[in-house]
Design a binder for this molecule. Structure first.
Ligand code: RET
Length: 292
């Protein structure tokens, strides 16, 4: 039998659920699998971004390079996150569930937040190498992206430590973070609007898809932050019962869908836009490809 009363301090709610309620085989494995799918997709997409780099004109290739940076850093992070999950909880044959073992590593989503410090600015810069800004200046948009991006993450990172022990602090930091998030959304909307002017119709259609995928996938991250509060009882984090397990599994599934859409699908769509614009500029990959 494991002790269930050791002090978890500022640990995130996954650990509290793992201490008292534990996880069923299905819940535990779903998280392990979804994290594994996450890094498998990143490494597969890494190959895609390397192999397609020459299908676009040299001036667009920085976008692919940034996707490569994002794939490597996210792939490694998700690999570590999967190991962290497996190490934190062990199967208790007596109770037939997985529990947090006293003395082993706690589970923490903080690796993700620090990984976002690299990926968020890269993802935001990426689009600036595909679009031509007509009104705004490149450097002011770039600075706004990285300043708001960094502050959004750091404030959220601090907040997530309080998701169980102090909901007020958790919501205050979450709110501050959201202010920066809104600034990013406004800036991105402007970039996409300006960037869609005067480009081939097909490319403009894909720019529309980029906005949709960007908006929905980025919205999933605050959803995952709030997850312990989204499932009943609501105003308190759900630490017991089926709801608690659903919130833990739901958070990791949400993160994986968000990661694949905001990094991989977004990167592929940017590649397609760059391919259309390269063609329109007279760049013929097949012909040029033969000569290299
Ligand atoms: C936090 C804290 C709560 C409020 C808000 C957040 C937004 C996070 C976002 C993260 C995006 C991450 C990406 C990572 C890619 O690698 C920090 C969860 C608004 C939007 C795109």
């Amino acid at each position: 039998m494991q002790a269930t009363d050791f002090n978890l301090g500022n640990a995130t709610f996954e650990n509290y659920v793992g201490q008292t309620e534990g996880f069923s085989e299905m819940g535990f494995q779903m998280v392990a699998h979804v994290l594994t799918v996450g890094y498998a997709v990143m490494f597969a997409a890494l190959i895609y971004f390397i192999l397609t780099i020459k299908t676009v004109q040299p001036k667009y290739r920085t976008t692919a390079v940034l996707s490569v940076v994002v794939m490597v850093s996210a792939g490694l992070l998700l690999f570590i996150q999967a190991q962290n999950w497996i190490d934190a909880f062990t199967f208790d044959a007596e109770r037939g569930r997985y529990f947090l073992a006293d003395g082993t590593a706690l589970f923490n989503n903080g690796y993700r937040y620090l990984n976002w410090l690299i990926d968020v600015p890269m993802l935001l810069f990426q689009i600036l190498f595909v679009v031509t800004l007509t009104k705004s200046s490149f450097s002011s948009v770039r600075n706004r992206f990285w300043i708001s991006g960094t502050l959004m993450i750091v404030t959220g990172y601090i907040g997530q430590y309080y998701e169980v022990t102090n909901p007020t602090i958790f919501f205050i930091w979450g709110f501050i973070s959201t202010v920066f998030f809104v600034d990013i959304l406004i800036t991105m909307k402007k970039v996409i609007k300006e960037g869609s002017e005067g480009i081939p119709k097909d490319a403009a259609r894909y720019m529309g898809y980029i906005w949709t995928i960007f908006f929905f996938s980025w919205m999933l991250y605050p959803g995952a932050y709030l997850m312990p509060y989204l499932i009943p009882p609501g105003l308190e984090p759900s630490l017991t019962g089926l709801a608690s397990e659903a919130a833990v599994v739901g958070r990791q599934i949400t993160y994986t869908i968000a990661d694949v859409s905001s990094k991989v699908v977004y990167g592929v769509l940017l590649t397609i836009v760059a391919q259309i614009m390269s063609n329109a500029d007279g760049y013929d990959y097949n012909r040029d490809g033969d000569t290299v």
